[in-house]
Design a protein around this ligand. Structure first.
Ligand code: NAG
Ligand code: NAG
Ligand code: NAG
Length: 516
């Protein structure tokens, strides 16, 4: 319905013209911030900002929604409404701050185009939706070219977070931050007396960090599910016993929202007294943000293996019918009852989950480090960890330790190299290996835990077997290789791409030579 309006707005060039001659001042008003999109998230965020003392102007394309909101949820508040984007813009203080909470994709571009004619230089459009970060990079450049400012902000915590304090991850036009800082930081969740919101960095970095956050969420969930499976099928515990273990873990190093709700889910019975979790079909869904992180990791050549495995584990769960058929045909190892010390094993499992989680976050930060390099972002690592401490699904005590590690050493190459996490992994390592060995013998799949340990063993290894891979590549494809420093000679030159005649029929030229 808005396509006519938006193409008209796009073609008009009105914003540029009015700014060029500098005369055409747009009418402005008294509201601190505007918000477009009155679905539950939008309504809750408005109510939250209102509670924090900001005057919000609400707009929805279906204007009856605005009236309904003002007469119901927003009754008796300072919230005002608008029936058009023009009216919305005229009710805002300058520089105007407008938050879009609409469906990611074309709807965001359409609203930006509708807003442009009613905006002035320095006004700020904030996309709080689930946009893919390349769109936010593009929108930052497009709006800055027109004298406007753009912010792409990750918003995490769902409807509940939006109402009571989400984790907010804004990035984009740096010049926008001083104008939105107070609203954002007051509206966000607070953890240890600090807001779960800070400036992330340039262009699409806010949405990028939100994407990685979601990927990490996939990883945390998969790790917890694997621990549950080990307790259930390995140790043969029931829901209540497992819930008690999660309850205990929730006051230790694993203290987090996801551990807490796992306990509560396991304790939840259906009306007939049967634990609800038993009645839930084991087919996991996904909306794509975990997949985006995994794809981005592949694109950037970063070994973010745990998130990748977490996404694939959901894919494997989804082919339930095929698994059911296979389960009738393919036998695993005979499941021996556990012989050892149960409590020791449960403690080992806590350490295994903790160590694997450290690896997952280390991988996530490695990915952000690479993305920062590729996109010329100056990412605020300590700030990112701090933002995730509260208000969002992955909130945990653990994130305070990551925050501390980056605050202590902002140039920290990898959290695994920080004194705190070196010690943590050292303490966890033996139990971690025992749990993985035992689960493998049981035939219980724990892809996230095993990939974490394999990554760890690879990361701490100076010499990997990639020498052989390079030999194979040169043997069959003349792809060349580099010589180990100190082992060169006159036919194997160091610091050069060299090729060996592996057989009498090997070519004399490397593939790079004949490609040229
Ligand atoms: C759920 O049912 C179990 C028995 O199956 C019982 O022990 C437990 O107390 C019940 N939990 C709740 C929260 O009612
Ligand atoms: C490779 O080069 C050597 C010496 O330059 C020559 O004798 C030989 O025939 C070449 N082999 C092939 C497969 O081209
Ligand atoms: C763009 C926009 O404002 N749309 C929202 C208006 O309200 C309805 C109902 O809550 C939402 O579904 C729309 O997304």
């Amino acid at each position: 319905m808005s396509s006519e309006l938006s193409s008209a707005a796009r073609g008009s060039g009105k914003v540029g013209e009015c700014r060029k001659n500098g005369t055409d001042k747009r009418p402005s008003g008294s509201a601190d911030v505007g918000l477009i999109g009155l679905a539950v998230m939008g309504q809750n965020l408005i109510l939250n900002m209102n509670d924090k003392g900001f005057k919000v102007c609400a707009y929805n394309r279906t204007t009856s929604k605005v009236d309904h909101f003002l007469e119901n949820e927003a009754k008796g508040t300072n919230i005002v409404g608008a029936h058009s984007v023009e009216e919305l813009c005229s009710k805002l203080k300058t520089p105007r701050r407008i938050i879009l909470l609409v469906k990611a994709g074309q709807a965001v571009d359409d609203f930006i185009a509708q807003l442009e004619p009613h905006l002035e230089k320095g006004d700020i459009i904030i996309d709080g939706g689930n946009s893919h970060y390349p769109d936010s990079i593009r929108r930052t450049h497009e709006l800055e070219a027109k004298g406007l400012l753009f912010v792409g902000s990750g918003v995490s915590g769902g409807e509940e977070g939006a109402r009571n304090g989400p984790s907010l991850m804004p990035g984009g036009s740096d010049a926008a931050w001083p104008h939105i800082k107070e609203i954002f930081q007051k509206t966000a969740a607070q953890a240890q007396g600090e807001p779960c919101c800070d400036w992330v960095g340039e262009t699409g970095s806010g949405h990028y960090v939100k994407m990685v956050h979601n990927g990490i969420e996939y990883g945390d969930m998969q790790l917890i599910a694997e621990a549950y499976d080990i307790l259930k099928r390995g140790l043969g515990l029931d829901e209540k016993e497992i819930a008690d273990i999660f309850d205990k873990w929730n006051s230790g190093v694993l203290d987090s929202f996801l551990i807490e709700i796992t306990r509560d889910i396991l304790r939840f019975n259906d009306t007939d007294g049967v634990p609800m979790v038993r009645k839930i079909l084991d087919k996991a869904g996904q909306k794509g943000t975990g997949k985006w992180t995994a794809i981005d990791a592949l694109d950037n050549g970063m070994p973010v293996t745990l998130i990748g495995e977490a996404v694939f584990a959901r894919c494997l769960s989804a082919i339930k019918d095929e698994r059911t058929r296979a389960s009738k045909v393919i036998a695993g190892p005979e499941r021996q009852p556990f012989q050892g010390d149960k409590q020791q094993f449960i403690d080992d499992l806590e350490q295994a989950l903790y160590a694997s989680k450290i690896i997952s976050y280390a991988q996530g930060f490695m990915l952000m480090r690479e993305a920062a390099k590729v996109n010329s972002w100056h990412l605020n690592n300590a700030g990112i960890a701090a933002m995730w401490r509260g208000g969002c699904i992955i909130k945990s005590v653990f994130l305070s330790d990551i925050t501390a590690a980056y605050r202590e050493n902002p140039a920290l190459e990898n959290i695994l190299l920080s004194p705190f996490f070196l010690k943590a992994i050292e303490g966890a390592q033996a139990g971690w290996r025992r749990v993985i060995a035992q689960s493998t013998l049981w035939g219980i799949p724990i892809p996230a835990h095993t990939t974490a340990l394999s990554f760890f063993d690879g990361y701490r290894t100076e010499t990997l077997p990639a020498n052989l891979i390079q030999g194979q590549r040169d043997f069959f494809g003349a792809h060349t290789f580099r010589v180990v420093p100190g082992m060169g000679n006159d036919h194997l030159k160091e610091n050069e791409d060299v090729h060996v005649r592996w057989t009498a029929t090997s070519g004399n030229v490397s593939s790079s030579t004949y490609n040229a």
